[in-house]
Unconditional design. Structure first.
Length: 191
């Protein structure tokens, strides 16, 4: 199964991210078209880290417009709202080695054997991209991505509502196809 999942596909699992982002809402959960074995999660994390952050077509154009407007309007300055989620990490996660997300402004938080989290904070919201490796129900495994958010005030809530149709019509479909295409085209990792 690939595509959009119910939020419970994320919330019903004992992920470590629940410990540190308990005050964030689960915005979206996606099954990734990344079939593999139980030990292939490092390959998915490496693929996300090796990305250049560019999407093709209309989604790519939207991102270019968004980053340009964000720079001009100061939307992408880090929010002045207190500690980052990194400050909430328990000691065993704080010491984990976490790669960045290639070309995107996410800051890595932690990496375990089956989950990875990175955060993005700006004037509109504080968000977490959570990648996980889950059984696929057919004897294999696949990736799962959850997006957790905490909008910054009324402006942040309005911003999230305004971009919702663009996310579902352009961004997520392009992102899911890109992840699947890169997964199929990459050689299995020896990591």
């Amino acid at each position: 199964m690939t595509g959009k999942l119910p939020k419970s596909a994320h919330t019903d699992r004992p992920w470590r991210v629940h410990e540190i982002a308990h005050d964030f809402r689960v915005e979206d959960v996606w099954a990734l078209d990344t079939p593999g074995g139980p030990d292939d999660f490092p390959r998915l994390v490496a693929q996300m880290g090796a990305g250049d952050g560019r999407l093709s077509g209309a989604a790519g154009v939207l991102f270019k417009i968004r980053w340009t407007l964000g720079r001009l309007l100061g939307l992408d300055r880090e929010a002045e709202r207190g500690p980052t989620l990194r400050d909430r990490l328990p000691d065993d996660l704080r010491d984990s080695s976490s790669p960045g997300v290639g070309g995107l402004p996410f800051k890595p938080l932690y990496l375990t054997g089956d989950e990875y989290a990175a955060e993005l904070a700006n004037r509109t919201m504080h968000g977490v991209m959570h990648l996980a490796w889950v059984p696929d129900g057919k004897g294999g495994h696949r990736g799962q991505m959850a997006v957790l958010v905490k909008p910054n005030g009324l402006f942040g809530r309005a911003y999230m509502a305004a971009i919702l149709p663009f996310r579902y019509l352009l961004v997520y479909p392009t992102l899911m196809r890109t992840i699947a295409r890169k997964w199929r085209g990459a050689q299995p990792s020896t990591v």
